[in-house]
Design a protein around this ligand. Structure first.
Ligand SMILES: Cc1cc2nc3c(=O)[nH]c(=O)nc-3n(C[C@H](O)[C@H](O)[C@H](O)COP(=O)(O)OP(=O)(O)OC[C@H]3O[C@@H](n4cnc5c(N)ncnc54)[C@H](O)[C@@H]3O)c2cc1C
Length: 480
């Protein structure tokens, strides 16, 4: 256990113990109070980066993660023949990503995607009917798409948008395609932009532009990065080993009592005068071995900021109003034992009867071959809100079996691993964005001692989130 300042710890701990004894519902099953400079909630890509980086910079941390392992959307199935990533797969290149892997001495290799159309097929997964590729000049359409990205360079750093928000960002993606004649590139864009809730053509274009952004396009052109082990979970196993007891796994926040700007407990401003002058947050965490109390000067929230996820976080009306507006989608990753599909082929779901043949959802986006013969990965999603696991499981099986109609002798599929990535893709309507939603969201950075990172604040891209988290640390957490 490491403390930032010993004397302060003792004083705060005694305040905390007397404070909690007066509060109903906090319990007393673990009197061990730990004190940290920063408590981080959520041990996915952003939270794990924040924890390791803050330690590197000499700060003490506690990382609270609900699952029994770190990594968030990163999942590796360790097959005896070879590891299989069925969540996060490849990384765009930047110096924070390289430094993060170097910190653990995990060597990276370049991953050059095989863009050869001979290795992809398109079928309507409802029926197994083949769907032709969209016609037109892809290079020209992609050049126009890149031209739009270049007009909005601030998108690479987050959602720090101009006021008023440029009209193109608010157009539905379908309208953007029409306006800039992007039709020939839709196949490629939707190959990368998976996990959207409903018809991707209805989304405000900003979300598509932030998903397939310049960094990803550079990756497609020049290569992405990947651990040489081909096992992305290795990064988070190494982080777990380094953090030791500072990573509270299988744990969730039961309650936070935060300090307002004046260093006064917002919750108990009037009744707890003895608390004035401290600047610590008091966090009660449900852990597998009982309640753990943490005193932390700062809190970083690195979980999807939905109201249902922030129960007990002592939100005020301003915070609740902003977070209540997010919508999200369902997304599942699976590893499937199945034979009969060609070894090299990546198979995409397209619809025969939709504009630009975008897939009919919910459904499987794609089936990918892996390094192990007879094992494929499949990514399922598309429902707004939470789609039950049974539906995902059955949907993946039905979609595979439909490929028998395409002439593949598909065996009875057996799903050997299935992970939920829900809630995925937090988003709001074009009207909300135009009304300053992201200005308001970013205005919460540091508000009442809470700091934020994660995909809802930037993009579903691990390397870009590490870059974003680095900025949150350097510009806010370490200086406020
Ligand atoms: C199938 C799939 C494939 C992807 N492939 C790639 C890829 O190849 N390359 C890439 O760069 N990106 C990829 N991404 C996107 C990217 O990795 C994610 O967007 C990124 O991991 C998001 O990081 P995050 O820190 O915001 O959240 P997450 O990684 O989701 O982390 C949030 C963490 O918080 C935990 N948590 C949630 N609620 C609570 C709570 N109440 N209390 C405690 N803990 C909680 C969760 O268990 C989770 O571990 C992929 C995503 C998916 C779903």
């Amino acid at each position: 256990m490491r403390f930032s300042t010993g004397t302060r710890v003792a004083a705060l701990a005694s305040v905390w113990l007397s404070f909690t004894s007066a509060l109903p519902g906090l319990g007393h099953d673990n009197d061990d109070v730990i004190t940290r400079d920063v408590a981080i909630i959520g041990g996915g890509a952003s939270g794990t980066y924040a924890a390791i980086r803050l330690r590197e910079l000499g700060r003490s941390v506690a990382l609270i993660e609900q699952r029994d392992e770190l990594g968030g959307h990163t999942h590796t199935y360790y097959d005896a023949a070879a590891p299989i990533d069925y969540g996060v797969w490849i990384y765009t290149n930047n110096t924070d990503m390289e430094r993060f892997f170097a910190h653990f001495n995990i060597p990276l290799v370049a991953e050059i995607l095989n863009g050869d159309p001979a290795y992809t097929r398109r079928y309507d997964f409802r029926t197994g009917e083949a769907v032709a590729a969209l016609g037109g000049n892809i290079i020209d359409a992609l050049t126009r798409y890149v031209g739009i990205l270049l007009q909005h360079p601030y998108l690479a750093g987050g959602f720090d948008l101009p006021d008023p928000v440029p009209e193109d960002l608010l157009l539905s993606f379908g309208d953007l395609i029409e306006k800039y004649d992007l039709g020939a590139a839709v196949d490629m864009i939707t190959q990368f932009d998976q996990g959207f809730a409903e018809n991707i053509l209805d989304y405000p274009s900003i979300y598509i532009l932030k998903y397939l952004d310049l960094a990803v396009i550079q990756g497609i052109q020049f290569g992405f990065s990947r651990p040489a082990s081909r096992a992305n979970q290795d990064l988070y196993k190494a982080a777990e080993a380094e953090l030791g007891e500072d990573a509270l796994l299988g744990s969730t926040v039961a309650r936070i009592q935060r300090q307002d700007d004046k260093g006064t407990s917002a919750h108990h401003k009037d009744t707890n005068a003895h608390h004035k002058g401290t600047s610590a947050h008091h966090i009660v965490v449900d852990t597998p071995s009982g309640k753990q109390r943490i005193i932390a000067n700062k809190v970083i929230v690195a979980i999807p900021p939905l109201l249902e996820n922030l129960d007990g976080f002592d939100l005020d009306d301003r915070e609740s109003d902003i977070f209540s507006r997010f919508q999200y989608s369902s997304y599942y990753g699976s590893v499937v034992n199945v034979t009969g599909l060609p070894r090299q082929l990546q198979i995409f779901n397209k619809a025969t009867d939709t504009p630009y043949h975008v897939a009919d959802l919910p459904g499987t986006f794609t089936f990918n071959p892996t390094a192990v013969e007879g094992i494929h990965t499949g990514f399922f999603g598309g429902g707004a809100g939470s789609l039950p696991e049974d539906q995902a499981r059955q949907g993946i099986i039905d979609n595979l079996l439909a490929l028998r109609n395409a002439g593949y002798p598909v065996s009875e599929p057996e799903i050997i691993a299935l992970r939920s990535h829900t809630p995925f893709g937090l988003h709001v309507s074009a009207e909300e964005i135009a009304g300053g939603f992201y200005r308001d969201l970013y205005g919460l950075q540091g508000y009442r001692g809470m700091y934020y990172t994660g995909a809802a604040f930037h993009a579903h891209n691990s390397a870009e989130l590490w870059e974003f988290t680095e900025r949150v640390l350097q510009e806010h957490v370490l200086v406020d």
